[in-house]
Design a protein around this ligand. Structure first.
Ligand code: LAG
Ligand code: CA
Length: 453
């Protein structure tokens, strides 16, 4: 039977959106492994429609491993090289539907009239279009009609279930450690359960269910199958950082009506809502600069959910634009810059907050919460770590109880590597108190395993 593997609360993964398999393999070796990330979510690896837009990846033509990311050999090489660095690969599995209409695939195959290499017309639901009001009052249509014209697989049929399970089992055999199940809200939870029952191992499962409240289908229906994306977190965290008061984050888990921490995949933004797709609101993204880094610092240092860091590219306001044609890792240079790949996961404060999470995960309790009722906050992770964030426009300068033993601590966010003390330091007195000084739009995170001797 299917037993869910739970990631430890010490872990962080990153979505390398539209990165090629060769780039991901290089990034595992150059950065993700040495820094201590847990896993990478990759773009869909299966055969998809031809075209330049990023979303061609969400129109499957077959489950053959030929995609813009690379071919099967490159896919296998990526898994091996990442695994050697301790990095898992999570595949974005597009299983609710197949490509719209007629056309040609990236591998040069033709499809049309619901005829694909692995499916035929009888494998699909009778066509009807999902209308916006269906989300509010017609669960059946959301799951049985077509999402933006994509031919909807009859996921209730044993033949379809076996075909999908065959695809997932093949990936697990190649070393894939987890799956994002795309468009899960558009599949009945029992159909997903029937597919998962046929898996030969227990990969990490997270279902993409967009539930911001007020819809006919709710995220909790899917919790028995595994983890679920917590969109309320993305929307509410974004709102607090953009327009609200950080002080209101005190005890947010109780106020925001969220799913249990060990079921929740949390993120600041994702590949859809950062560009206004997938019913987005006003979300924090790389375009918010320092504000975005602070939102990620909060997500990564606070013990709620399994956090996913978004890694994006500059799309110049064109919400359909595919990624840069330049690879990230070119022979002699790294194309992480404002114009091309954003590489948010390499921003020192974001990487540093990820390392802080890895070091403090054993203490899930929040203590010594402090705020100034506005945009300055601080809290400890039991007696293992302490965090302060100043999102205000005034200097923060206050003496606070840290809950940590006396000593001089290195700030994990501002040091340049995990082995030096090149950034800020904090001196904690014998009573556990310390002077915490932060410029506007700055943060610090100290923990027991980074002290000056
Ligand atoms: C998802 N999760 O449930 C993905 O996260 C999301 O990125 C996918 O939509 C969607 N579900 C289907 O897998 C993306 C784009 C859509 C795009 C679709 C298919 O956000 O804009 O639709 O992928 O490629 C595009 C056109 C539509 C058109 C459709 C069919 O934008 O105008 O109707 O293709 O031709
Ligand atoms: Ca469906």
């Amino acid at each position: 039977s299917h037993v869910m593997a739970t990631p430890s609360s010490t872990s962080t993964f990153v979505h390398l959106f539209e990165w090629s398999w060769a780039d991901i393999a290089n990034e595992c070796e150059a950065f993700l492994g040495p820094q201590g990330f847990k896993a990478v979510q990759i773009s869909p690896p299966n055969e998809h429609i031809a075209g330049e837009q990023w979303w061609t990846r969400y129109q499957p033509v077959s489950y053959e491993l030929t995609s813009r990311g690379g071919n099967r050999a490159q896919f296998i090489d990526m898994i091996k090289r990442c695994k050697a660095q301790g990095i898992d690969i999570y595949v974005d599995a597009v299983i609710n539907h197949m490509a719209h209409g007629n056309g040609i695939s990236i591998a040069g195959k033709t499809y049309g009239n619901k005829q694909y290499p692995i499916y035929e017309p009888k494998d699909f639901h009778k066509p009807c279009a999902i209308k916006s009001e269906d989300y509010v009052n017609d669960a059946w249509r959301v799951q049985n009609c077509e999402l933006v014209g994509l031919h909807d697989l009859d996921t209730d049929s044993p033949r379809v279930q076996t075909t999908i399970a065959g695809y997932l089992n093949e990936l697990v055999k190649l070393g894939v450690a987890g799956f994002r199940l795309d468009a899960s809200k558009h599949m009945p939870a029992k159909d997903i359960a029937a597919i998962l029952k046929q898996l030969q191992h227990s990969p990490l499962i997270f279902q993409e269910v967009i539930d911001q409240g007020g819809e006919a289908i709710t995220a909790d229906t899917y919790l028995n199958n595994g983890m679920v994306t917590e969109f309320k977190y993305s929307v509410k965290l974004s709102h607090v950082f953009k327009k609200g008061r950080l002080a209101s984050l005190k005890g947010f888990e109780k106020d925001w009506d969220l799913m249990p921490s060990d079921k929740a995949i949390v993120f600041t933004d994702n590949h859809d809502n950062q560009r206004g797709h997938g019913g987005a609101g006003d979300i924090v993204t790389f375009q918010d600069g320092k504000l975005y880094e602070l939102a990620n610092v909060f997500m990564l240092t606070y013990p709620y959910g399994y956090p996913k860091v978004m890694s994006s590219y500059n799309f110049n306001g064109d919400t359909d634009a595919g990624g840069p044609t330049e690879q990230v890792h070119q022979s002699d240079k790294l194309n992480c810059n404002d114009q091309l790949w954003q590489c948010e996961h390499r921003k020192p404060y974001i990487t540093g907050a990820m390392r802080f999470r890895a070091q403090t995960g054993k203490s899930q309790s929040i203590q010594h919460w402090w705020d100034n009722d506005k945009n300055q906050i601080a809290f400890s992770r039991g007696d293992l770590g302490f965090v302060a964030i100043n999102r205000g426009s005034q200097v923060m300068n206050v003496t606070l109880q840290t809950g940590l033993p006396a000593g001089v601590y290195c700030d994990e966010l501002s040091r340049t590597s995990a082995n030096d003390c090149s950034g800020k330091t904090v001196s904690i007195a014998r009573d556990g108190k310390a002077n915490i000084a932060l410029k506007p739009m700055d943060a610090l995170a100290i923990h027991r395993f980074a002290q000056v001797n």
